[in-house]
Design a protein around this ligand. Structure first.
Ligand code: BEZ
Length: 237
């Protein structure tokens, strides 16, 4: 336990280059993050195959695979189980399990085998206070340049909200595309924030000629971005 604690103290941070690794997956070998260069990728971990919360998560995520792909994002899963366990679990999910009306779900994104825990340790997915032998539910959003842009961790007992993960992806891409920030609970069509850390003067300079900008005070300026513009530029709809 002490050894493991020492092993995992270094965790990747937002803004870091995603740690590189080569791994065996249910879709063949991958070289991460290089294989995903030029596109967004979400690397996520789950505690164990053949467990109920993870099963509900995989059915949900796999059902949204096409939606994430449309938004220019690939999915890559990981647990510290072996390849044959992964294959058997995913086959069982497809053949037997229904969750919230989703059934016959095929998981087509790669699921990494990580019996050695090498990848899980690199990404701070083993958090000994929670469990020394299972990965927590970690989610890393990695941009087309291989930079970690958002990290979310959940404990073993808490299934993730995949609508929120999709919202995070769209918000990150919108911030990059339009040079803005997104306020609490933002969704496409809502107003965006112009200058997160600057002054209204800065915001005004940047938004020269944009009549739809509104400043309530020097630190709180918003503007409208049409929902269709976001959908077209960010989700390619
Ligand atoms: C689950 O996915 O159901 C689960 C996995 C590990 C610990 C607790 C729950």
């Amino acid at each position: 336990m002490e050894d493991l604690k020492d092993d995992v103290v270094s965790m990747p941070r937002i803004g870091d280059k995603a740690p590189a690794f080569t791994a065996v997956t249910t879709q063949g070998e991958i070289h991460f993050p290089n294989d995903y260069s030029g596109e967004w990728v979400i690397l996520f971990s789950h505690p164990a195959d053949f467990t109920p919360v993870c099963t509900s998560e995989f059915i949900t995520f796999a059902s949204m695979d096409a939606k994430f792909a449309e938004a220019g994002c690939k999915l890559v899963g990981l647990s510290v189980d072996g390849l044959y366990s992964h294959i058997a679990w995913l086959r069982t999910i497809k053949e037997k399990i229904e969750y919230r009306g989703m059934k016959d779900v095929e998981v087509n994104f790669p699921l990494i085998e990580d019996i050695s825990m090498n990848v899980a340790k690199k990404y701070g997915m083993i958090q000994p206070g929670e469990d020394t032998t299972k990965a927590v539910r970690a989610v890393f959003f990695i941009d087309p340049k291989g930079i970690i842009r958002t990290i979310i961790y959940y404990p073993l007992s808490l299934g993730r909200n995949f609508d929120e993960l999709y919202r995070v992806l769209v918000a990150l891409k919108t911030a990059d595309e339009f040079g803005i920030a997104t306020p609490a609970d933002w969704r496409p069509g809502d107003d965006v924030i112009i200058s997160p850390a600057g002054s209204c003067g800065t915001a005004k300079d940047r938004m020269e000629g944009k009549e739809d900008m509104e400043c309530q005070d020097w630190f709180f300026c918003t503007r409208k971005i049409d929902k269709d513009e976001v959908l077209k530029k960010v989700i390619k709809k």
